[in-house]
Design a protein around this ligand. Structure first.
Ligand code: FAD
Length: 495
């Protein structure tokens, strides 16, 4: 049974690890994939521990385009249709299970040629046919030029013929991660951030123990499990090499960046889709917490740094491509924030190692190795639940775990106090000074973030619990010392 009433403190979870270091499942990585696996396993009644090296969702999972979607740009290749269909089933599931965090949104594709309108219309009809509906999902429709401008005020009108409108979903990525954390912990899982896994010990055949270090105290914890599920995103191969230094790569890495500008550039509730950028990709301009989120790019990376940054060229590229469609030009100085994430692309030889990363599908695989290590490679946020179900099914097929039914298809996902978080976020953005009342609200939230949402640092609170970092970099920086001081007070009382 889930019990959100008692979210144990970090200390209590650590003490439980020392007292009972035996688990059914140990999950490595606390992004979308790992948290999804922890929820799936814990809701089946299994004993679960999850270790995250930094903060939950601080890797790729807070840096997405924030779409719960099948990916219209993958339609061109029929090989991707199965994947799109699965993602759209997941979209329907999430619209039902997490209504506060996942919202329907209209997407508008401006058309400057009737031939292109026909072509895009055919693709989008297929997309909507795959979807099987869901809350707020309507059919594809064509609107004329006047209708297009009504849907997208700020749209370039010269030679505009019309637009195609389709439904998709938008979500708060880090918010959903908090909901997954609270759900997993509610089912009794020990879910710990700032706990890098440093060693995977073997007896030559299988993994026998896993060692994680508490970054705050330096103390090391050794745990044992029937199945170890490696969900370390672009870092999965580093974990596999802790077991066998010889293994080759399962993932390739691609950087994708975003910029955030004022909502006044696209003053609407609808999102604009630039159907073909100068490098042949799709670019989204999406309303996001009162601002406009623009992205993304796709640049292959040989390495996976923890905190990737958008390059100057990427920022210019996104601005230039958005400006081709807007009446009011965005300039570099209008950028309020920018961020980059690293896509973990499943790239075993079969999946096409010779293709550029933009062409690699967002498919995923559960790869069993060394008897009891399962690596979940690739995928996307939208499919995290299906990926988790698939990982648990594989562990059962391998007889690492007993058969049990998956419960996540109809499991509600709620981030506690989200409405307060969003109201506080807007108040902090609008008010240049923190008066006594706003200070009291912020302190109350910092307390909630630390005691019920797993936040340990000011970055955790500002970037991933309040979502301010991706809306206004300067304001966030200014708030950092204030939140640091509040957090120090709160954590001293409740370690
Ligand atoms: C630019 C961009 C835009 C995207 N947009 C979308 C979108 O709109 N919709 C969508 O569905 N998907 C989108 N995606 C894909 C989606 O964001 C990712 O597939 C997903 O977030 C990956 O989650 P993950 O948990 O596998 O990886 P991560 O979120 O990176 O999590 C892996 C975690 O493992 C941890 N870790 C690493 N090493 C260790 C260790 N030794 N011990 C413990 N922990 C460790 C890391 O700290 C990290 O937090 C996008 C991706 C990018 C890059």
């Amino acid at each position: 049974m889930i019990s959100k009433a008692n979210i144990p403190t970090r200390r209590q979870m650590l003490d439980a690890l020392s007292a009972e270091p035996e688990f059914d499942v140990v999950v490595i990585g606390g992004g979308a994939t790992g948290l999804g696996v922890a929820v799936d396993a814990a809701s089946r009644g299994l004993r679960v521990a999850l270790f995250e090296k930094n903060d939950f969702a601080s890797g790729t999972s807070s840096k997405s385009t924030k779409l719960i979607h099948g990916g219209v740009r993958y339609l061109a290749n029929p090989r991707n249709w199965g994947l799109i269909r699965e993602a759209l089933v997941e979209r329907r599931t999430l619209l039902t299970n997490a209504p506060e965090l996942v919202q329907p949104r209209q997407f508008v594709v401006p058309c400057y040629s009737r031939l292109k309108a026909f072509w895009y219309g055919a693709g989008l009809s297929l997309y909507s046919m795959f979807s099987g509906g869901g809350r707020g999902m309507g059919p594809v429709r064509y609107v004329d030029a006047l209708g297009a401008v009504a849907m997208l005020p700020g749209l370039q009108r010269k030679k505009l013929k019309g637009a195609l409108c389709y439904s998709d979903a938008q979500f708060d990525d880090a918010g959903l991660a908090v909901a997954l954390y609270q759900t997993a912990v509610g089912y009794g899982a020990k879910v710990l951030n700032y706990m890098p896994v440093e060693e995977m010990l073997t007896d030559g055949r299988k993994v026998t123990e896993c060692v994680a270090r508490d970054s705050e105290t330096g103390e090391r914890y050794t745990v044992r499990a029937r199945a170890y599920i490696n969900c370390a995103g672009v870092w999965v191969d580093t974990i596999r090499r802790m077991v066998d230094v010889e293994v080759g790569n399962l993932v390739r890495v691609s950087r994708g960046s975003h910029v955030v500008v004022d909502g006044s550039f696209l003053p609407t509730e609808n999102a604009m889709v630039v159907p073909k950028t100068s490098d042949g990709r799709v670019l989204f301009c999406i309303p996001w917490q009162g601002r406009t989120l623009i992205g993304t790019t796709d640049i292959e990376q040989g390495q996976a740094p923890f905190d990737p940054q958008p390059s100057s060229e990427e920022i210019d590229f996104m601005i230039e491509n958005a400006n081709r469609y807007l009446t009011r030009r965005i300039r570099r100085g209008d950028v309020r924030a920018s961020f980059a994430g690293l896509r973990p692309l499943f790239a075993a030889r079969k999946a096409g190692l010779n293709e550029g990363t933009a062409k690699l599908s967002r498919g995923y695989a559960v790869v069993p190795e060394f008897k009891n290590l399962l690596t979940v490679a690739g995928g996307k946020w939208t499919s995290y639940r299906a990926m988790a179900e698939s990982a648990l099914a594989t562990a059962q097929q391998l007889e690492l775990l007993q058969r049990s039914g998956c419960r996540t298809r109809s499991l509600p996902l709620v981030m506690e106090n989200r409405a307060e978080a969003m109201a506080l976020q807007q108040a902090l953005l609008k008010s240049p000074v923190i008066d006594q009342q706003l200070g009291a609200r912020l302190l109350a939230f910092v307390r909630l973030a630390a005691t019920r949402m797993g936040a340990r640092t000011a970055q955790d609170v500002l970037h991933r619990r309040l979502r301010l970092g991706q809306l206004d970099a300067v304001r966030t920086q200014a708030l950092m010392p204030v939140v640091e001081e509040m957090l120090a007070r709160v954590l001293e009382k409740k370690a």
